[in-house]
Write a protein that binds this ligand. Sequence first.
Ligand code: URA
Length: 213
Amino acid sequence: MTSFPAEAPKDCDLCPRLRGFILEQEVKQPDWFNGAVPSFGDQNAELLVIGLAPGLTGANRTGRPFTGDWAGDLLYQTLGKFDFVEGTYDRRPDDGMTLKRAMITNAVRCVPPQNKPIGAEINQCRPFLRSRIEQLPKLKVMLCLGKISHDSTMRTLGLKLSEHKFGHGTEYAFEGMTILSSYHCSRYNTNTRRLTEEMFETIFARAKALIDA
Ligand code: URA
C-alpha cells in the first residue's frame, strides 16, 4: 500500500498552469468550488469510472465529479440504469444522491483550460490515480472515459500502450480486474453521435456483468 494520498488537496499547486487557471476562476467566480475535485462514491466500489478532468462549469463549479454539466447528465443517468445510484441525481452536490458499488474519479483533478490537460499535468496527477486505484479493496472494473483517461490508466498500471490501445469497447485484463474503455460522454461526442446513449449503455452492461459474475 502506498502512502501517497488518493486525493489531491483542494489547493494543489503541483501544476502551475492549472493552479493559475483556477486562481483566475476564483476571481471571476468566487462562489464556485475552484479546486482539485475529489473522487466521489463508495469506498467499497467494484466499479471505478475514470473521467478526464473537471469541466469548468460542471465539477469545477460544484466540487463533485461530472456534476452540473452535460457529461454528468448522461453519466449519472446511465449509472442509475445499472443500479449504481441511490437517490436522484439533480446536478448539484447537495442532491443527496450517493453511489453504490461505484466511484467516479478523474485522471486529472483540476480543471484544465479548454478541457485539455498537457502531458506534464497528466503525469503529475497520475500518482493520485494510482493511489485511488490501490485504495479500493473490492475493485473489479475500471471504466476509462476517453483516450486520455485510458492512456493514463494504462501507464498507472504499468501496461504498455502499444499493446493496450484505446478504442471504444476495448477490454484488457489486469491482476484479476478488467479495464474497459469508452468514448467520453461529452456533449461534443454525443452531439456528433460518435457516442450514443445505446453505445454507452452497452459498456455499462458489460461492466455490470463483469462485476456480478
Ligand atoms: N466532469 C468531470 O468531472 N470529468 C470529466 O471528464 C468531464 C466532466
